[in-house]
Ligand binder design. Structure first.
Ligand SMILES: *Cc1c(COP(=O)(O)O)cnc(C)c1O
Length: 374
């Protein structure tokens, strides 16, 4: 049993009120007033034109790819350095992923590698139907560079902001810059509905279509009428109640996450063995998890030593191009000599970042980590 977990759900105390309302009014269904309210509040918070809440972040990505008409045999570009949920929906549609390396400033998709991949694809007349960029660990990718490339080839961008709700790029909420953005409310994310997600866009018509596709593509008719494939992807009205109360405390959670990051960074600012993911210029990072690269010491070693003291830590995402599932996929690294995403995987760990951490707990993690990385 870990005394200090990586991060666990942190309820505000108001969730039960909305759950009770759902019970009192018998809206125990994947629709209802909490769903409408949660969508409206998310639109207000993010500034997106419209929002459809879903039963997971993964289903939101599946809807986005479906709306972009991704089909069997199509290509989808995706960051290699991510959680597999970013790309699984492309496989559901029979599309082929092409993986793109990270750059080292933000750990996000490398515009250099993306430019190479797009140039090759254009030469082969096989441009991707979509580019999925992932804002990992709360940190925005270099969106101006990525959007300029995407626009040059007229490729729509899906922002996987599952880990980055509340983070910004040049003042804009992540998820609202590309054609679509997605968030996740899984139990490990900065706010949670136990399981859930959201699809956002500035094209309200597309979100309306997403709601329809997510409800078995049931057409407006006095009987059950269908002309295309649909899904059962809407968020439960009970869980949306949790989401309303969670969104109300998102800014508080971000402030605490950032304070935890600052405590770690301040403690180790003169320790050359530890390099924290920096907040790139003109971005604001929600600091979902504090992540750090280690010099001259293996992640497993640190993870083991921390675990001996009841402290949980984790490796960073294992790049998709190194997964057996994707052994045949094409990969574009930023430079010929090596792959940045592999370096990040080999060197990085996530430190405990739960918003219920006490000062004493943060100090204990720092003390143990300091002893290992002297
Ligand atoms: C959590 C996560 C998802 C998927 O979200 P679910 O709600 O669990 O389906 C997608 N992408 C990234 C990068 C994530 O961390």
């Amino acid at each position: 049993m870990n005394q200090i977990p990586l991060a666990v759900p942190h309820m505000s105390g108001n969730e039960q009120k909305y759950i009770q309302q759902a019970f009192d009014t018998n809206w125990i269904a994947p629709l209802g007033p909490n769903v409408d309210q949660f969508e409206a509040n998310l639109a207000t918070y993010t500034g997106a034109k419209d929002v459809a809440v879903t039963n997971s972040g993964t289903s939101a990505i599946h809807l986005a790819l479906t709306l972009l008409n991704v089909q069997n045999g199509d290509t989808v570009f995706c960051s290699t350095f991510t959680f597999i949920a970013s790309i699984n929906p492309a496989l559901y549609l029979g599309a082929k992923p092409v993986f793109i390396d990270s750059e080292m400033d933000t750990w996000g998709m490398s515009p250099i590698a993306l430019a190479k991949a797009l140039k090759d694809a254009a030469a082969k007349n096989k441009l991707p139907k979509a580019i999925i960029v992932v804002h990992l660990y709360g940190q925005s990718c270099k969106m101006d560079e990525i959007m300029a490339l995407a626009n040059r080839y007229s490729i729509p961008v899906i922002e996987d902001a599952a880990e980055s709700l509340g983070s910004t790029y040049k003042g804009r909420q992540l998820g609202t810059i590309g054609t679509f953005g997605i968030y996740s409310f899984n139990g490990n994310k900065i706010i949670t509905t136990s399981g859930g997600g959201a699809l956002v866009s500035n094209d309200a018509k597309q979100i309306e279509k997403a709601r329809y596709l997510a409800s078995q593509a049931k057409e407006a008719a006095p009987y059950y009428s269908h002309s295309e494939v649909g899904f059962n992807y809407r968020l439960s009205n009970v869980l949306a109640g949790i989401g309303i109360a969670q969104l109300d405390v998102l800014d508080e959670r971000i402030a605490k996450k950032r304070a935890i990051f600052d405590a770690y960074e301040t403690t180790f600012k003169n320790n050359a063995a530890l390099t924290f993911l920096s907040e790139w210029q003109e971005t604001f990072n929600n600091r979902w998890l504090t992540t750090v690269l280690l010099e001259d010491i293996l992640p497993e070693k640190i993870i083991e030593k921390l675990a001996e003291k009841g402290i949980e830590s984790r490796r960073l995402w294992k790049p998709m191009h190194t997964q057996e599932l994707f052994q045949d996929a094409t990969y574009y690294s930023e430079n010929k000599e090596g792959s940045n995403a592999d370096i990040l995987f080999q060197k990085g760990i996530c430190l405990p970042s739960g918003t219920q951490m006490t000062h004493t707990q943060i100090a204990l993690v720092c003390q143990v980590l300091g002893q290992i990385c002297k």
